[in-house]
Design a protein around this ligand. Structure first.
Ligand SMILES: Nc1nc2c(ncn2[C@@H]2O[C@H](COP(=O)(O)OP(=O)(O)O)[C@@H](O)[C@H]2O)c(=O)[nH]1
Ligand SMILES: [Mg+2]
Length: 303
């Protein structure tokens, strides 16, 4: 995972021949690092923040006459990237489901993102994950726009034994989601997972529809779903969805493919929301918890 980013960061680290940390040598290194980060699809704003934080850390260290500048840089870079990957707010989905269950409410989770990023499959994977943890789920087929989307979700529901609440294509997406919530309340189902339409990210109709779903269903969690393969356009997507509907968490799919990896670093920073899961394949079990501490080794090699 994130092979390219790691390789390029390693290359830059290898080139460090600094014998002392001076403002000049620090700024030369961070300049080069910024370039590498941006080339590997880290958003410019995020790369700026990483380099600025790193400079601050290193210039403090400058005065302590650190004996090994290179290992100081590596340690500091790991710390800085970890800070960026760790948003202020953490999300524990299982804890949220349990709390909602105590209140006799279903936890409502809505999934958003452009076409083809893996929203529907992520819902199926999450349904399976929650079932495996002993919670009951219902799916809401609130993508009433894309041909085949309702059947696609119904097929997952059939395989997993999860009820799908659906209407016909073209029907009001918010109404479908609302029906699913009522179903969950009456049957004491623990979690409602709402699928939504994607279309293209610039569609203002879509944003109006998504906002309506949010105002009608008041989701406990709004999850942005992104495709790691889309690279730089992922950055504009996450920024737009966060601005228009506000997101609480993200799922990053297709990290099983050869991705540059920079996008993962940027999502958390730009949305100020944690990545809760990563999608690592097309099977129902190909959903892994995103643990920033585990990811860091994939980006900056250890000392
Ligand atoms: N390799 C891989 N493929 C994925 C992953 N997540 C989704 N896909 C595939 O991406 C395609 C689009 O997924 P879908 O759930 O229909 O996306 P949606 O349009 O956002 O609902 C499907 O062929 C999925 O099997 C993943 O983590 N890894
Ligand atoms: Mg879909």
């Amino acid at each position: 995972m994130f092979d390219q980013l790691r390789k390029n960061v390693s290359k830059a680290l290898k080139k460090i021949t600094i014998t002392e940390l001076s403002p000049k040598s620090i700024s030369r290194f961070t300049k080069e690092l910024k370039d590498i980060l941006i080339k590997n699809e880290v958003a410019v704003e995020t790369a700026d923040v990483i380099c600025k934080k790193l400079e601050e850390k290193l210039s403090k260290a400058e005065h302590t006459r650190f004996s090994k500048p290179k290992s100081m840089i590596i340690t500091s870079l790991r710390e800085v990237i970890l800070e960026v990957l760790n948003p202020h707010q953490q999300i524990d989905i299982l804890k949220l489901v349990k709390e909602a269950r105590l209140q006799k409410n279903p936890l409502i989770i809505a999934f958003f993102g452009v076409n083809g990023v893996g929203k529907t499959l992520s819902i199926a994977k999450m349904g399976k994950y929650l079932q495996d943890k002993g919670f009951s789920c219902v799916f809401a087929a609130a993508d009433t726009y894309r041909a085949g989307s309702i059947q696609q979700l119904q097929k997952h529901g059939e395989i997993l034994g999860i009820k799908v609440i659906a209407q016909t294509y073209g029907s009001d997406a918010a109404a479908v989601a609302y029906d699913a919530i009522n179903h969950a309340i009456s049957k004491e189902i623990n979690v409602v997972l709402i699928d939504t339409a994607g279309r293209i990210e610039t569609s203002s109709n879509l944003m109006a529809e998504l906002r309506k779903i949010c105002s009608v269903t008041q989701p406990d969690l709004k999850i942005f779903v992104g495709d790691a393969l889309t690279g730089n356009s992922l950055i504009s997507q996450v920024t737009l969805f966060n601005k228009k509907i506000g997101i609480d968490a993200a799922i990053l799919n297709k990290v099983d493919a050869d991705v540059k990896g920079g996008a993962a670093v940027s999502i958390t920073h730009l949305s100020e929301s944690p990545i809760v899961f990563i999608g690592t394949g097309q099977g129902y079990n190909d959903l892994e918890q995103f643990v920033p501490e585990n990811i860091i080794d994939n980006i900056v090699p250890r000392n």
